[in-house]
Design a protein. Structure first.
Ligand code: FES
Length: 157
């Protein structure tokens, strides 16, 4: 026999199931978003050398042996790139992601080194690993000089 209390319990169970499903769905969506963002952070898009070239300014904007951080948006995602004018050795463009776990490295002028704030990775002016856990040098991007205009493109390796 169903009374008013039985009806109330059915409605209550329905609401409970609804809330459980709703919370589960929202939780799954947030989890998927988090995993997606974490994946992007840990594995930045691997651009190829064929990526569109982008001007980052005149050569005189980049003093010799003083890395200058610029932004590059050739692949649609804005990324940090250090332009390093090596004088007679030319110009290189270093991706600012540490090769350990992809933190952004900083140029520390006092020590003339790139230092990773996450686990202490250290790189020299050309991006070569000097200390810490990074397994390899900073990645390089394509560089092209047209007159005095510096253009950068996709990753070289
Ligand atoms: S992320 Fe740079 S040393 Fe770990």
């Amino acid at each position: 026999m169903e009374g008013p209390n039985q009806e109330k319990n059915s409605a209550s169970i329905g609401r409970r199931k609804f809330l459980t499903l709703g919370i589960g769905t929202v939780g799954a969506a947030l989890g998927a978003t988090y995993v997606s963002l974490l994946g992007s952070f840990l594995n930045p898009p691997a651009a190829s050398g064929a990526t569109e070239l982008q001007s980052v300014g005149n050569l005189d904007k980049f003093p010799v042996n003083t890395p200058t951080l610029v932004s590059y948006k050739g692949s649609g995602v804005e990324e940090g790139v250090y332009i390093v004018n090596l004088g007679s050795e030319g110009v290189i463009a270093l991706d600012f992601h540490c090769t350990h776990l992809q933190c952004a490295v900083n140029w520390v002028a006092a020590s003339k080194r790139f230092i990773c704030p996450c686990h202490g990775g250290v790189f020299d002016l050309k991006g070569t690993v000097l200390a810490g856990p990074p397994p390899k040098s900073l990645r390089r991007r394509v560089v092209k000089i047209e007159g005095t205009n510096v253009l950068i493109g996709g990753m070289l390796v």
